[in-house]
Structures are given as structure tokens and as C-alpha cells.
Design a protein around this ligand. Structure first.
Ligand code: ASP
Ligand code: MG
Length: 435
């Protein structure tokens, strides 16, 4: 039996956090189950690497080297602090990190390739490679039988760079070949979340925050008993604590509820995480690494019970209202054509609705793709675009919740299905004057 433990960026952010990971693992050992660790890059590293990739791709080599050096000093400072009294381990770890940085420098010195997403994926895994090297070295000095493994050796994907899809068969057989023997010997394999490789041995990544998904993929491949995701929040909350004051925690929730929440913007888990677990009925516990003794939120096969109101908000949304230029009805062939453009641009459609003369779509507004879509379709269609909107997803909401959430927001479109209400809204700067 295997338990998978995933540690996010916040749980390896500095020397203190890394020490805590060791404590958690020492306190949470269970003779009956082997353990496998999946780890993210240190907090903020992936954002920093994205900036480096942008500079590198734009040919600003000097700038990208400057940023890479800052990233290096920051990682080295953590190593210095952790291994102050262990000069031998420190030297060999610093040498390992140095090799990884040298590889990144080579990449930045070369003429950047045509495809940015490809270039991005060759550089970005550095964050996870660094954090796992540091954590593995520390856990070993703490006496844990950890074995560092390169996830690119067993997480196989297609070449949709930056949002690669898992090649399941190959991944499963590689995981069983490479990981099962170690688990049987009671070793603790430690590997990177978020990264994989293509059949041509190029790096690939699974989409931002994808480490959760890696944990689920490994759980599926190895028929794990349970997945524990250690986070800096006490579990799954009913709303985003950055937006709402003290939202209550959900002690238990069904796979279905978790899928709905994360799909519609709850950032607690990567939305793809739940499905592989649900397919094999593997429970997932989201727990706080700040209070490791407390039980977390348990996501599993639950009878649908009554839930408190659950609110998720997706920001950076655009609402497109599309009508034909000749005022004919929007017919199926128009919609089909429209979706060909949408699919090609990899746009994410979050909500749609049609009426006699117009077709409305709420889409995620990222990377200039909305402009491109509008440009491509405006010859055929009349398009009205509203941007900087939010998509609010309310589940099990009572009228008071709705009223509270919509304070200061103007509803542009509303849809209801079962116990879910979705609202495309505009945030108002000022409240209306009422007489
Ligand atoms: N390091 C990656 C990110 O920040 C993956 C993850 O943290 O899950 O998106
Ligand atoms: Mg993260």
C-alpha cells in the first residue's frame, strides 16, 4: 500500500518550511503504507522563471541572466542555512544545483526557438528540479530513506507544451517499473510535480499548479491508498480566503463537489486532480502543514449531502456577444465555425447561452487570445466584447449569500442548473446612489 504526499510551494519556501516537512514525515509514518513524495518548486520560483523565460525569448539575455542569478542566490541561501553545520553535504548539493543552473544558462544563450510554449517548458522545470534536490538532501540527513527521482523518466506526455496531456499507458508502465520496487523496499521516492517529458525526450509541463495533478496521476498508476496534499490553508474552504472573511472549512466533500469547485476557479486544487482519483476511488485529504496534527478536508465518494453555500470566482473573464452580420438567426453552422476558431486558439469557454439573434460566450481572457479570436471572426460576425469581468459560481446558495456576493457587482448574464448559479458580473467601482 502506498500513500502519496504532495508538498506545495509554500511548504518548501524556506529553510524553516523544509525542516517542517521532515518533522511531518517523521510524525506521520505508518508501518502499513509506503510513501511517495511529490514536490513543487519553492514558492514564487515558477513566477520568477516565467519572467526569465519571457526575457530569454525576447532575446534579452543579460536581463534573463541577472534574474537567474537572483534565483540562484536565493536557493543557495536556503542551502547555506540548512546545511551550515554539514559542509560536505552542502558542497555536493551546491554542485548539483550548479549543474542545473549551467544547463539553464545554455538554454538562455542559444538562439530562442520559434515556439514560446516549447521554450518555456524547456526552462521552467528548473524550479522543481532545484526544490526536490534540496529537500531530498535535507530529508536524507534527517535519516529518512529518500530516493530522488526525475519525474521526466516516468511522467510521459504529448507535446502540447505548457498544458501537456498524460500518455497514460506509458506513464503507468514506467511508474510501475521504476517506483514499485523502491516502494516495496520501503524507500521513499521523492519526485517533482508539474513536469514530464515527451516521447522525443523534451521537457513538458502540465499547466500551472499542476503538481496536484502529478500526485493524482501517480496515485492512479500505483493504485495508492490515499493522497495527502499539504498546503498553507487548513483544508478546502467554502470560498477564497483572499476575497472572503473567514469562510468555513468543509470537513468532507464528494469528488463531484470538488470537481465543480475547482473547475470554476477554487484555487485549492488543480482542476484535473480529482478525476483520476475518482476513477479508482482513492481518497484525497487536503491538510495544513502549519497544523499537521489537525485532520484536513477529506474528498472521497460521498453520498450527496447538504453543503453550506460554496462560492468560487474566476477572474479575467471576457463576455462576447456574437450575431450574424445579416441579422439572420445564429444557426448551428455558425456555432460550429466559431468553435473551430476557439479550439484552435485553446480558449477556455466557461459559459454559453444563445438567443434568437445572438450567441453569448464567457471565456478566460488570457495571453491576448480574445483579441485574436475577435480578429479572426469579425469578418463573418458582429462581435461585442466586454472585458475585465468575473464569473461567479454559487453552489447551494441561499438568497442572502447571493445578495452579499453581488453587492457592488453588476450582473450581465445569469444561468442556473440544479443547485448551481453562474453569474457573469462586472465589479463596480462605486456603489449606485439610492434615494
Ligand atoms: N510550480 C508550479 C507552479 O507554481 C507547479 C505547482 O506549484 O503545482 O505552477
Ligand atoms: Mg504551487
Amino acid at each position: 500500500m502506498t500513500d502519496i504526499h504532495k508538498f506545495g510551494g509554500a511548504s518548501v519556501r524556506d529553510a524553516q518550511a523544509i525542516r517542517r516537512v521532515a518533522e511531518i514525515l517523521q510524525q506521520h509514518s505508518d508501518q502499513k503504507a509506503a510513501r511517495l513524495l511529490v514536490v513543487s518548486a519553492m514558492a514564487k520560483t515558477t513566477n520568477a522563471l516565467e519572467e526569465i523565460a519571457q526575457a530569454g525569448f525576447a532575446g534579452k539575455t543579460e536581463e534573463s541572466f541577472g534574474m537567474l542569478n537572483r534565483l540562484r542566490s536565493w536557493h543557495e541561501a536556503v542551502v547555506e542555512e540548512l546545511f551550515a553545520e554539514r559542509p560536505k553535504e552542502k558542497q555536493s548539493l551546491l554542485a548539483e544545483l550548479n549543474d542545473l543552473f549551467v544547463e539553464a544558462e545554455w538554454l538562455l544563450e542559444e538562439e530562442p526557438p520559434q515556439n514560446y510554449d516549447f521554450f518555456y517548458d524547456q526552462l521552467i522545470p528548473l524550479g522543481e528540479l532545484l526544490s526536490t534536490r534540496i529537500l531530498a538532501a535535507w530529508l536524507k540527513t534527517e535519516g529518512l530513506p529518500v530516493v530522488w527521482l526525475d519525474a521526466r523518466d516516468f511522467i510521459r506526455t504529448d507535446d502540447s507544451f505548457r498544458e501537456a496531456h498524460i500518455l497514460w499507458e506509458e506513464t503507468i508502465s514506467r511508474c510501475r517499473q521504476q517506483l514499485t520496487p523502491l516502494l516495496k523496499e520501503n524507500k521513499i521516492p521523492l519526485t517533482q510535480g508539474f513536469i514530464g517529458s515527451t516521447s522525443d525526450n523534451y521537457n513538458s509541463t502540465l499547466g500551472r499548479e499542476g503538481s496536484d495533478y502529478t500526485a493524482a496521476v501517480l496515485a492512479y498508476a500505483l493504485d495508492a491508498r490515499c493522497v495527502h496534499i499539504w498546503k498553507d490553508v487548513p483544508g478546502v474552504l467554502t470560498a477564497d480566503p483572499r476575497i472572503f472573511e473567514n469562510p468555513p472549512r468543509l470537513d468532507r466533500l464528494s469528488y463531484r463537489e470538488a470537481i465543480e469547485m475547482t473547475y470554476y476557479g477554487a484555487q485549492v486544487l488543480h482542476p484535473k486532480t480529482i478525476k483520476p482519483l475518482q476513477n479508482k476511488n482513492i481518497p484525497l485529504e487536503v491538510r495544513s502543514f502549519l497544523q499537521p496534527e489537525r485532520a484536513g478536508s477529506l474528498i472521497q465518494n460521498e453520498a450527496e449531502e447538504t453543503y453550506p453555500p460554496i462560492i468560487s470566482i474566476k477572474r479575467q473573464q471576457a463576455l462576447l456577444q456574437i450575431s450574424t452580420r445579416d441579422f439572420s438567426f445564429v444557426a448551428e453552422q455558425h456555432i460550429s465555425l466559431l468553435f473551430q476558431h476557439i479550439a484552435r486558439l485553446h480558449l477556455r469557454v466557461n459559459l454559453m447561452q444563445n438567443s434568437a439573434i445572438s450567441f453569448s460566450l464567457c471565456l478566460s481572457d488570457q495571453d491576448g487570445k480574445i483579441e485574436r479570436l475577435v480578429e479572426e471572426i469579425q469578418e463573418l460576425f458582429k462581435v461585442q466584447v466586454q472585458r475585465h469581468l468575473e464569473l461567479i459560481n454559487l453552489r447551494h446558495a441561499r438568497p442572502e449569500t447571493r445578495e452579499e456576493v453581488l453587492k457592488n457587482r453588476l450582473v450581465l448574464l445569469e444561468q442556473r442548473l440544479g443547485n448551481t448559479v453562474q453569474l457573469v458580473v462586472k465589479k463596480l467601482e462605486k456603489v449606485k446612489y439610492k434615494n
